[in-house]
Design a protein around this ligand. Structure first.
Ligand code: ATP
Length: 199
């Protein structure tokens, strides 16, 4: 088993690269999806968040992730509190998934806030996707975000340089999909070799 983290800022191409890894044979897990699952109605995560932040974070009985983001966005203490509640739940859910997989699996965990979570997670190999600022902004504008939203979100996250500093490999997603795929294939060869040597 090889546990790989795939990180990158907003709009860097995590989902796109995750899809390529999946086609190559990795089991790809999306931490954002796990983060949604652990706060669904009926979970202990849901109860804890409502008890902590009040029912202002609810919409039609479910946690409104947009309202929650807005609430913690401008208040670092609240953001820390949110992470203290959700990160252990996300980690435990990820461990459960890993335990259910065959021993030879290469697991790729798409995890946007790896750098920000400061060593809370353990990985055998870390990959960062970096993108020049102007290309990232163009791709996000095409996805319908406004310039202000884009700049705010980029500013709230770690920088490419910070993510690169904790990485074993860096993918530079500044060209077309063929160039991206080639970089992912090269890393895949490396990963399968590391996994083979681990046995
Ligand atoms: P987020 O963190 O915001 O969910 P992400 O890191 O998962 O984003 P993607 O959704 O994979 O990023 O990519 C962002 C957008 O850029 C998508 O619309 C995707 O199709 C496009 N994109 C990614 N890589 C390329 C590329 N090499 N060429 C053209 N478009 C690309």
């Amino acid at each position: 088993m090889l546990i790989v983290a795939l990180t990158g800022g907003i709009g860097s191409g995590k989902s796109t690269v995750g899809e390529i890894f999946s086609q190559l044979g990795a089991v790809v897990v999306d931490s954002d999806q796990i983060a949604r699952n652990v706060i669904e109605r009926g979970t202990s995560g849901f109860d804890l968040l409502v008890a902590t932040f009040g029912d202002g974070i609810l919409k039609n009985g479910d946690i409104d992730r947009a309202a929650l983001s807005t609430l913690v966005f401008s208040d670092p203490k609240k953001r820390e509190l949110l992470e203290q509640i959700t990160h252990p739940l996300i980690r435990s859910e990820f461990s459960k998934i890993v335990k259910s997989l065959p021993e030879e699996t290469i697991v790729v965990n798409q995890i946007p806030l790896l750098f920000e979570s400061k060593g809370d997670y353990r990985f055998d190999f870390i990959i960062t996707i970096s993108v020049p600022h102007n290309i990232r902004v163009d791709r996000l504008l095409k996805r319908g975000l406004s310039s202000t939203q884009i700049e705010q979100r980029i500013k709230a996250q770690a920088s490419d340089a910070e993510r690169e500093s904790i990485s074993d490999s860096v993918i530079v997603n500044d060209n077309d999909l063929a160039s991206l795929t080639k970089q992912v294939e090269d890393i895949w060869i490396k990963l399968t070799e590391i996994n083979r040597l681990k046995k």
